[in-house]
Design a protein around this ligand. Structure first.
Ligand code: GLC
Ligand code: CA
Length: 556
């Protein structure tokens, strides 16, 4: 496996709408990111991925792009973007943008022209089909609920395909002209000095054609899109072309949001000369999911969490580098999902962070994770902005849940949990805005905020800084970045332990993922402690007692 410049880096995801607002309109903006660059540097970040800030009606909060070549005025201007890229460079930070090319917005010029003339050039940019006897071509379900087919505006006899929201028509990658447009756009951005792209929902660009029905999996008579994806062959032809025409030319960093890839194709995705530099390991995020909907999801256990992480280490060993996350803008807050509510504390949050940072892969911090931001408590569905949450609320009601139960269900899973404004300080609106924030600030900001944690050497924030510094420490870097991962003591419940080793060095990571203490025995005394989320380690150098949620890294 070839070594790459980005292997030893640490990445950070910004959800711009909720990061920092500089003009009081309640919406985070690019100037807000520029202003916070020194903060990102202080934390130790090298790569920043910014969720979409292109022109968009924001039906799916920017993942519905109406102009790929412009910045939405709510986020700023192209001058701000150019300044951000240039300023970030001064801090040695590379900017990664979101590449959303499975679909665009129904307000994109291409789609408007397709509606004007479905048989013309732009009609072929999309999947537009004739209705037959008033029926749509197939029974696929959109990821956000309902049929993937929607009547084409102005043409009641025709319909267009949208795997996501109806305001996100799918682009037709089978059309070489469309692909050219996309490559041109990608290169235009790379030419500006971007470090690379995070690539959205990319597996979906290849459809199983011709359209046909799959067995229905819910009472709505529809079939989840994954059934079609399992049949779709050849996504690699498109991805390989995009790599060669764009990413390779600029030596750009690319990280794929890839779900549902075929296991035998894994190495094609992130091996040497893979389609992408890296892709996310979502195995803990998708653990316990159900076709029925969020109401049927199972809560994950520490053992399952550990097993997912270890499986990912094994899958990628010798092949490539996963990108590791605890959460992102599509997930609830990781501390709320992976730690039982009664056990939530600074200590347990640090324990969770230790696991992610000490495994092999590129760590991505999602904004607010570094201060231990938690899920929101929703009091009414009216407080929710996210389209997928609104859909799942209805799915739960349709399954027979009462409104308060449905609210509890969506509270555990809602994407809005991650989208509440960043908690900068204990000032009004958590210091995020001087105006009214577009989404309610989590009321716990008076307890959980950056300002107080910055002054507290024992805070979650300072612990994240320590983890990042450790990854870059010349004494341990090689082992933390490239060392082989060997799971330990997997027969014990609620213990996540492993070694990372190179021929020269072995680090033992042991995280007691429960409230009760436990003892672990080593074959030989360890050399020295490298990291600890408690003040001390009890016991001897061969028999250690780990306290509740104690996490230690020891040099053996
Ligand atoms: C990805 C994004 C998500 C978005 C979807 C459609 O999963 O992360 O936020 O809704 O794609 O673009
Ligand atoms: Ca603003």
């Amino acid at each position: 496996m070839q070594k790459k410049w980005w292997h030893e880096k640490v990445a950070y995801q910004i959800y711009p709408k909720s990061f920092y607002d500089t003009n009081g309109d309640g919406i985070g903006d690019l100037r807000g990111i520029i202003e916070k660059l020194p903060y990102l540097r202080e934390l130790g970040i090298d790569i920043v991925w910014i969720s979409p800030c292109y022109c968009s009606p924001l039906a799916d909060e920017g993942y519905d792009i109406s102009d790929y070549y412009n910045i939405d005025p709510r986020f700023g201007t192209m001058e701000d973007m150019d300044e951000l890229i240039a300023e970030a460079k001064k801090y040695d930070i590379g900017i990664v943008m979101d590449l959303v090319v499975n679909h665009c917005s129904d307000e994109h010029e291409w789609f408007r022209k397709a509606c004007e003339n479905p048989d013309g050039k732009y009609g072929k940019y999309f999947y537009i089909e004739d209705m037959k006897d008033g029926k749509v071509p197939c029974n696929w379900r959109s990821y956000f609920g309902g049929s993937v087919w929607e009547p084409l505006p102005g043409h009641p006899d025709k319909c267009y395909l949208h795997l996501f929201h109806k305001k996100q028509p799918d682009l037709n990658w089978e059309n070489p002209e469309l692909r050219e447009e996309i490559y041109k756009m990608i290169n235009w951005w790379l030419e500006k000095g971007l470090t690379g792209f995070r690539i959205d929902a990319i597996i979906n660009i290849k459809k199983a054609l011709p359209f046909k029905d799959y067995p229905a999996d819910r009472a709505d008579g529809l079939s989840k899109a994954q059934n079609m994806l399992a049949d779709a062959v050849g996504v690699g032809d498109f991805l390989g072309e995009m790599r060669d025409r764009c990413f390779k030319v600029y030596d750009a960093f690319s990280v794929g949001e890839v779900f549902d890839e075929k296991p035998e194709e894994f190495a094609n995705f992130i091996g040497d000369n893979g389609y992408f530099s890296s892709m996310y390991d979502f195995s803990t995020n998708i653990w316990g999911r159900s076709d029925k909907g969020w109401y049927d999801y199972k809560p994950i256990t520490p053992n399952a969490y550990r097993d997912c992480m270890f499986a990912g280490q094994k899958r990628s060993e010798g092949i490539g580098f996963y990108s590791l996350i605890i959460e992102n803008h599509d997930e609830p807050r990781g501390v709320s999902r992976y730690i039982p509510e009664d056990d939530l504390s600074g200590t347990s949050k640090k324990a969770l962070a230790t696991v992610m940072f000490m495994l092999r892969g590129l760590p991505f911090i999602y904004q607010g994770q570094e201060i231990g931001m938690e899920n929101m408590k929703f009091h009414s569905i009216d407080e929710v902005d996210d389209i997928s949450t609104i859909d799942e609320y209805q799915v739960a009601l349709d399954a027979g849940y009462q409104p308060d139960e449905a609210l509890k269900i969506i509270s555990d899973h809602s994407r809005d949990n991650a989208r509440t404004p960043f908690q900068w300080s204990a000032a009004p609106q958590a210091g995020f805005t001087t105006g009214t924030p577009w989404l309610r600030v989590n009321p716990n900001y008076t307890d959980i905020n950056l300002e107080s944690q910055r002054n507290d050497p024992d805070s979650v924030y300072q612990y994240y800084r320590t983890l990042i510094a450790l990854r870059k420490n010349p004494q341990y870097k090689e082992t933390i970045v490239y060392g082989v991962t060997t799971p330990l003591w997997t027969d014990q419940d609620n213990l996540i332990a492993f070694t990372r080793s190179t021929p020269e060095q072995t680090l033992l990571v042991a995280v007691n993922f429960r409230n009760e203490p436990r003892t672990i025995a080593l074959d030989a005394p360890y050399k020295q402690p490298v990291l600890n989320n408690y003040a001390e380690i009890s016991g001897s150098k061969t028999e250690l007692t780990l306290q509740g949620y104690q996490a230690v890294v020891l040099e053996l």
